[in-house]
Design a binder for this molecule. Structure first.
Ligand code: FA5
Length: 344
């Protein structure tokens, strides 16, 4: 009988170690500890045994029952832990997955051009400043030697602001030149600034004209500044923007706030000067207006023109970008067609 008990014990233990679910465990419990189990049968049959046998078999059977019950509880706890671990594993969110890409925008071609041009002048020692787009007539015209009835006002078709005041007319600036005055009013020489910004012109639009455009103004005032400095700085600028081999041409031009006034052209970088569609067959492309600051302008901001001289220039950013990228119509810049904008 004791041998049989041993067998029962080792069989139960073997089966237990190969169990993998709580359901199987329950079946095991019924099989080995239930009412109809062999062990229970042994315990029930004790009465039929002799006193000595009953004592030995009873003790062993009870011991086995206690052992199996303990094994049952341990296994149940282990299986429960396992099931919980699997559930956690299955419900886990994998935070290492890459996120959805956010489409990146880009800088507008005008902005890129403004930055590139300003960077060149910053490298030449200029500071970047900005000013108001809504301007007084005084800064846009009068302080620049363009009094109310001066014919030069016709050069800049103007959007006027309706202020109901005849005395202090206000407008959308037609160029960045008013910032020459504002900068000189606030600072003493030496002055070296570039001023990027929007300007507005009451003009019919076509392939080379917009009503809103960007200009970059430049101003350098100090003792002993000459036309040679103007030429040197602008030549260096043209070479850095359009290529080392560029040649430049200066010709007389007229702006009331400079004396003398010049326009600067570069040799055509498409045909090299022999004449093509880009340069309208001339071999030259005009890129900016410039000149030596007029003594009356210096006087107006209390700079002594006997001591100080300076040069100024103004360029149209879109026109430069058109040359640089071969864009044929300026209206593409602000019509917001993504097929155009995505190319830059
Ligand atoms: C001026 O505006 C002067 N303030 C430039 C200047 C500054 C001269 C300092 C001397 C000293 P202008 O009107 O030519 O000049 O304009 C300068 C540039 O702006 C032009 O060469 C051109 O590139 C650009 N521009 C002018 N009008 C338009 C327009 N409607 N559409 C696009 N670009 C324009």
């Amino acid at each position: 009988m004791l041998k049989k008990l041993d067998e029962i014990k080792s069989r139960a233990n073997d089966e237990l170690s190969s169990l993998h679910s709580l359901k199987e465990l329950d079946a095991w419990r019924v099989r080995h500890l239930g009412r109809k189990s062999e062990l229970t049968q042994v315990l029930r049959g004790l009465a039929a045994l002799s006193f000595e046998e009953r004592k030995a078999v009873g003790a062993s059977a009870n011991e086995i029952r206690v052992l199996l019950e303990k094994a049952l509880n341990d296994k149940r706890a282990a299986l429960k832990d396992e099931e919980l671990a699997t559930a956690i594993e299955r419900g886990r969110i994998d935070i290492t997955l890459p996120g959805r890409p956010i489409p990146l925008g880009r800088l507008h071609p005008t902005t890129q051009m403004v930055r590139e041009i300003c960077d060149i002048f910053v490298a030449l020692g200029f500071q970047v400043v900005e000013g108001p787009e809504v301007e007084w007539d005084y800064y846009n015209f009068e302080a620049l030697n363009i009094p109310p009835d001066h014919p030069a006002r016709d050069m800049w078709a103007t959007f006027w602001i309706d202020t109901k005041s005849e005395e202090r007319p206000m407008l959308l600036r037609t160029h960045t030149s008013p910032m020459q005055i504002r900068v000189m009013e606030r600072t003493q020489p030496p002055v070296r600034v570039v001023v990027p910004g929007k300007v507005y012109r009451y003009e019919a639009t076509d392939a080379t004209h917009e009503t809103m455009l960007y200009q970059i103004e430049g101003l350098a005032v100090d003792e002993n500044i000459t036309l040679a400095d103007l030429k040197g700085a602008l030549f260096e600028f043209a070479r850095r923007l359009f290529g080392e081999e560029r040649r430049v041409r200066f010709r007389c031009d007229y702006f009331p706030f400079v004396e003398p006034g010049v326009e600067m052209a570069i040799d055509c970088f498409v045909c090299g000067g022999s004449g093509c569609r880009l340069c309208s067959g001339t071999g030259w492309i005009e890129i900016l207006g410039a000149g030596m600051v007029h003594p009356d302008v210096l006087r107006r901001v209390n700079y002594d023109p006997e001591i100080y001289t300076g040069f100024a220039f103004g360029l149209g950013v879109e026109r430069i970008a058109m040359l640089r990228y071969g864009i044929e119509d300026i209206r593409l810049f602000y019509s917001n067609d993504l097929r155009f904008l995505r190319q830059f």
